[in-house]
Design a protein around this ligand. Structure first.
Ligand SMILES: *Cc1c(COP(=O)(O)O)cnc(C)c1O
Length: 414
């Protein structure tokens, strides 16, 4: 897709017709009549996942029973999935593995990174980072000799110094969609001897990544967002090969052992990424993730990125002409190379407005205190969907439907 020029007539149908990814949408089981702009939070169900899950449950589990650990390859799912995800993040196939949740994997790799840099105590992160990243860091600080330095985004580069052991940042910010220049920050950290741990939860599957080329030390990422692995899908971890000999993580369970079935009394780490595992892999979650990842592997990530930018620009253009009058403000960077694949708008009544929009089957989400988020997942989002979403939002504002008391009630998950 070509970038939009300002004098172009923006016709959603023409943009859809020119979209090289338009056929990928058919691989998803999207409910009729719903405009789904929340794949940055939970990707939709791939059609192949339904059939594959039924097969795993009925045949591999139902009939194969415990034999399936070997015969159906369950035991290698973490490595197999890791090698599928590796090209999506610009890593070698044995530098990525799948396990546990992003939060747990952050815990493992914060320890790993910190321990690889003895004599330094400072760990730099961003204030306003995704909550779990901050909470896990705070937990590590409570129990270890790290000194957590959480600063606003503008102060991060200055905070990285000769005392810094590790820099823990989220590549694409969950709230604003703002994207760090991963290589520049990594280079700066390395220039003073600090290591880097990137959280790729809002990048993997949406933004091309080149972890090896950028020299990144460690990374984690989420399986249920742009990788479409299903609710609570396991997460992935990356460690650069140069750290494979020495890196240690604290959750030394039997699946991270060199020979788990030797049943030895003494822990001995497995080679490479396998030592990042803890316990038995969640087979059903891994199988669902495999189908989601497969879809991302079938497309060119450069096409994905180009479409993501055009979708976002198209949305911003529509917002600027039709929604600014209602008090919406762009809460994401205006320059496309500084954004991931979501656009956030700020509005004092963001919560009820989003609830009213969802009631109209346009699904985005709300993030406290005043953000409406719209994810533009290029594999299935059409330009006509974006146009329709803006139209509905305009209707919600014109009709003032958001004032209805039912939309003020806060649900547990927003
Ligand atoms: C979604 C997300 C997570 C999710 O962590 P879980 O352990 O799966 O709950 C972590 N970090 C970031 C930046 C996220 O966006």
């Amino acid at each position: 897709m070509q970038p939009l020029s300002s004098n172009q007539v923006l016709d959603a149908q023409e943009l859809d017709a020119a979209d090289p990814l338009r056929s990928v949408r058919d691989k998803f089981d999207l409910p009729e009549g719903v405009i789904y702009l929340n794949g940055n939070s939970l990707g939709p169900l791939p059609k192949a996942t339904k059939a594959r899950m039924a097969e795993v449950v009925e045949q591999e589990w139902g009939t194969g029973l415990i034999r399936s650990w070997n015969s159906a390859g369950w035991v290698n799912l973490p490595q197999r999935l890791g090698s599928m995800i590796a090209p999506l993040v610009g890593a070698e196939s044995d530098e990525v593995i799948v396990a546990d949740s992003t939060s747990v994997n952050l815990f493992k790799l914060i320890h790993a990174g910190f321990k690889l840099n003895p004599g330094r105590s400072k760990v730099v992160t961003e204030l306003g980072n995704f909550p779990t990243d901050l909470y896990v860091l705070q937990g590590v600080e409570r129990d270890n000799a790290i000194e957590l330095c959480a600063v606003p985004r503008e102060q991060i580069l200055d905070a990285i110094d000769e005392d810094t052991a590790l820099v823990v940042l989220t590549h694409v910010h969950y709230k604003s969609g703002e994207m760090f220049d991963l290589k520049t920050v990594t280079d700066l950290a390395h220039s003073v001897g600090a290591l880097t741990l990137w959280d790729l939860s809002h990048s993997a599957g949406a933004v091309p990544l080149a972890l090896s080329a950028a020299g990144v030390d460690f990374a984690v990422g989420c399986g249920y967002k742009y990788l479409n692995g299903g609710p609570g899908a396991p997460s992935f971890l990356y460690a650069a090969k140069r750290h494979h000999q020495e890196f240690e993580q604290p959750l030394t369970g039997w699946f991270g052992h060199a020979q788990p079935f030797a049943m030895s009394d003494q822990f001995e780490p497995a080679a490479g990424m396998t030592r990042a595992l803890c316990g038995t892999p969640p087979v059903l979650g891994c199988v669902a993730l495999e189908e989601g990842v497969r879809l991302a592997c079938e497309v060119d990530m450069q096409d994905v990125r180009r479409k993501s930018i055009v979708l976002s620009e198209f949305f911003i253009g529509q917002v600027e002409t039709r929604l600014i009058q209602f008090g919406f403000e762009l809460a994401s960077p205006r320059e496309s190379d500084r954004r991931g694949s979501q656009i956030s708008l700020r509005h004092p009544e963001a919560y009820p407005i989003m609830q009213a929009l969802i009631a109209d089957s346009v699904i985005g989400d709300f993030r406290a205190p005043d953000i409406l988020r719209f994810g533009f997942a290029p594999l299935y989002t059409r330009f006509v969907d974006v146009e329709q979403a803006v139209c509905q939002l305009e209707q919600v504002m014109l009709s003032e439907r958001w004032r209805d008391p039912q939309f003020q009630v806060r649900a547990a998950v927003t």
